[in-house]
Design a binder for this molecule. Sequence first.
Ligand code: UD1
Length: 382
Amino acid sequence: MMKIAVIVGNRPQFIKAVVVCRAAQDFFTQNDDLFLIHTGQHYDNFMSNIFFEELDLPKPRYNLGIGSGRITDQIGAMMKPLREVLEAESPDVVLVFGDTNSTLAGALVAAHLGFPLAHVEAGERLYIRDRQPEELNRVATDALATLCLPASRKAVGQLEAEGISSDRIIFTGDTMFDLFLWGKNKVAQLFPETMERYGLAPGKYILATLHRAENTDDPQRLRMLLGILDAADLPVILPIHPRTAKASAAMGWEPRGSLKFVPPCGYFEMMSLLRGAELCFTDSGGLSREAFWSQTRAVVPMSASPWPEISQAGWLERVDPEPTQLTRALVDRQRPANWNPDMFGTGDAGRRIIQALDRFRHPTTVDWRPPLVRGHGLPLTV
Ligand code: UD1
């Protein structure tokens, strides 16, 4: 008997949860139970429902309906209903993904209630905290996690460097890589239709996304980034996140040149747009990895690189938010000769996660519960 509570709330987490749910179907026995708790952080159709429908993600057993708000208020609002659900369900382990407010709220509640906590995509760091809410969420969640499940090889070393003992770390590889490989054929089929729908020619456009606080919350910076995309020498298609749409509307900015805003897309359509793009301009950690797997070069306008391993391989260029640098990066069309996605695992992260969680099966012989784990209380790298 094994019960896993999976906490999701944001677009990328639905995508990651699909992979874990599929693996659970393959490995679970009849008495095992895996269920979703949706915090409701993302609630629009195209930010939430679309992923449940197109990826066949099981309907959440609970939707807490929290919605948008200031970061601290949002985390706070999630905690009481999460406590009630977790107390009622008493899972063997709570699973959280990535670095969002839903991740941290889930981690805090699970840890306070004494439920084992497993963190998928643990150990990623920018080592910058200013206007990086995700970094705070990551660091805190890893410190609380009973089990850290890094998606990249680099993250394993980063966790160890922070004093997290190796018996709390299991490298699984990246769930998004599993899904990318699984969806490849469908994406190829959808590709011609996507090009037609958006009026694009393969290899002759740039795919862009922008939604990080550091890029959207300062109007001057957002205006500069959008202006540079609007002046690009190729058409730029930007599926717009609601946060960015609101910020650009608030400053009365509209594209007049190469840039075109379109509504956010589902998973397969986004992968299809990526497949034909000459370049991907993004501040999304997920999309910059997906660009690498699609062998599309990414330009990332952020103050630190989320994926230095992709930069080292030459497929990602982090660029300071400065007009000359950005303009140069947008016209650089060279691609590296080599491509090797090994650092993100072998596309079986879902299976590895479910197997790693098996240690929490009840009754268990190993006591993984905090605060017995070693590595707590050590200084965190800033
Ligand atoms: C969150 C995550 C980010 C992740 C992103 C994926 C945090 C701190 N950040 O950022 O790491 O990459 O999700 O998209 O948790 N909104 C809507 N409809 C929705 C959801 C949001 O209109 O369904 C609008 C609201 O105005 C909201 C704003 O978008 O205030 C931002 O949403 P929020 O959930 O706070 O964070 P994201 O920017 O989406």
